[in-house]
Design a protein around this ligand. Structure first.
Ligand code: S3P
Length: 429
């Protein structure tokens, strides 16, 4: 598909779709809770709907009313053995978090996904879940999906140190920990997103956080009978934040965006780079900080360094931050982000190759990249590599390229943001 919007700007107000991480967790924890859970503004994207169908196949009743869900939780021991293989499509969050829940069941289940998901590493969750007593099998010695899980019913306690900051691994262990009465803790090398901890607490589970360690306390039965309102996803807002900052004449107001400090790395980076961005109407909703973001064209962007503990706070935004860096004066260095190589695509390779194809000056590093700006982008043929965030990054690039950006596959965008092209067109004036 061809995109060419040079000369146009982004203008107007938008509520981007709801947060993907919070939407997944509302279904997962709601399904094992003991009561009715009403989820308002659930994200109806491919990934999150996979989580819904997975729990339906585990016997949970979930009603859809527009973009709201009603989950009829019957307690953590109410799940039933699925009649078929559970297909989680492209969704890494679904397969890894659901594995944690299945480790605590006393039945057999098989989890698979699309050709991209079947190449993503699952040993990171299989290792701690086996330590807790579950049987987790997979291709190549248990590393890749399809995964077979035979739960242990009751699991052993664990004091797990994750080798890398990963909310998916932390969450899999905490969810499995609900099926143990031994001590359960997870310690990370840097803080990853904490939506699981926040939501478990909202469901009445005892969760203690001390620095980089999360511990489960005595009460491990999610209660239910609550309402959850899902805020807008900062990872989706990121495309319009960057689009507005690099495109002359732009000003966008992005409403109800989740501003959890484990997710706002892109805000700090854009501020450091000199972007015109402000937070308005800061408030809290369902245990998560939320606000509106006003972003406008920022002609004097400068380079920055992004590394270490900041990486997990903006991990999904790095492709679009790299695009931003092409419009900043100086050398932007991104390091300590080797995790990008095992996302929906190898996002270091897919970002660097595509940026080069449209005329940017970018060097690949084993764990990141160096972007030299400011460059006038030319346009050209790029590949999304089946990765939603790569496709959206290069649609945004087409606001400033001399010639069209031709993207091979944009269907993958529905993984997280089904209405993206429509919203993009509605803001493009
Ligand atoms: C997610 C955690 C992150 C992130 C992913 C969503 C989550 O992955 O990249 O898009 O909802 O827990 P890792 O846990 O692999 O860092």
């Amino acid at each position: 598909m061809d995109f060419h919007f040079k000369g146009k700007s982004l203008k107007g107000e938008l509520r981007v779709p709801s947060d993907k991480s919070v939407s997944h967790r509302s279904v997962i924890i709601g399904s094992i809770s003991d009561g009715e859970v009403f989820v308002e503004n659930f994200l109806r994207s491919d990934d999150c709907l996979r989580t819904v169908s997975a729990f339906r196949s585990l016997g949970v009743e979930i009603e859809e009313e527009g973009s709201n869900l009603r989950i009829l939780g019957k307690g953590k021991h109410s799940l039933k053995e699925p009649f078929d293989v559970i297909d989680l499509g492209n969704s890494g969050t679904s397969i890894r978090l659901i594995s944690g829940v299945l480790a605590g069941q006393s039945f057999y289940s098989v989890l698979t996904g699309d050709k991209y998901l079947r190449r993503r590493p699952m040993d990171r969750i299989a290792i701690p879940l086996r330590m807790m007593g579950a049987t987790v099998l997979g291709r190549e010695g248990g590393k890749y999906p399809p995964l077979t899980i035979v739960g242990a019913g009751k699991l052993k306690g664990i004091a797990y140190r994750t080798p890398k900051a990963s909310a998916q691994v932390k969450s899999a262990v905490l969810l499995a920990g609900l099926y143990s009465d031994g001590p359960v803790s997870v310690t990370e090398p840097a803080k990853s997103r904490d939506h699981t901890e926040r939501m478990l607490k909202a469901f009445g589970v005892d969760v203690e956080v001390e620095g980089l360690t999360v511990k489960l306390g005595k009460n491990r039965d999610p209660k239910g009978d609550i309402n959850i309102t899902v805020p807008a996803d900062i990872s989706s807002a990121a495309f319009f934040m960057v689009g507005a900052a690099i495109t002359p004449g732009s000003e966008v107001l992005l409403k109800d965006v989740i501003l959890n400090p484990t997710r706002t790395g892109i805000l700090s980076v854009m501020e450091r780079m000199g972007a015109k961005i402000s937070v308005e109407n800061a408030r809290e909703e369902s245990g998560e900080p939320v606000g509106d973001l006003l972003v406008s064209y920022s002609p004097d962007l400068v380079s920055t360094e992004i590394s270490g503990e900041e990486i997990p706070t903006l991990i999904d935004e790095i492709p679009v931050i790299a695009l931003l860096a092409t419009q900043a004066e100086g050398e932007t260095v991104i390091r300590d982000a080797a995790e990008l190589r095992v996302k929906e695509s190898d996002r270091i390779k897919s970002t660097v190759e595509n940026l080069r194809r449209i005329g940017a000056d970018v060097e690949e590093l084993p764990d990141g990249m160096v972007i030299r700006g400011k460059t006038d982008l030319l346009g050209g043929k790029v590949s999304s590599y089946g990765d939603h965030r790569i496709a959206m990054t290069f649609v945004i690039a087409s606001l400033i390229t001399e010639s069209p950006v031709v993207i091979d596959d944009v269907e993958c965008i529905s993984t997280s943001y089904p209405g993206f092209l429509k919203d993009f067109r509605s803001l493009t004036k």
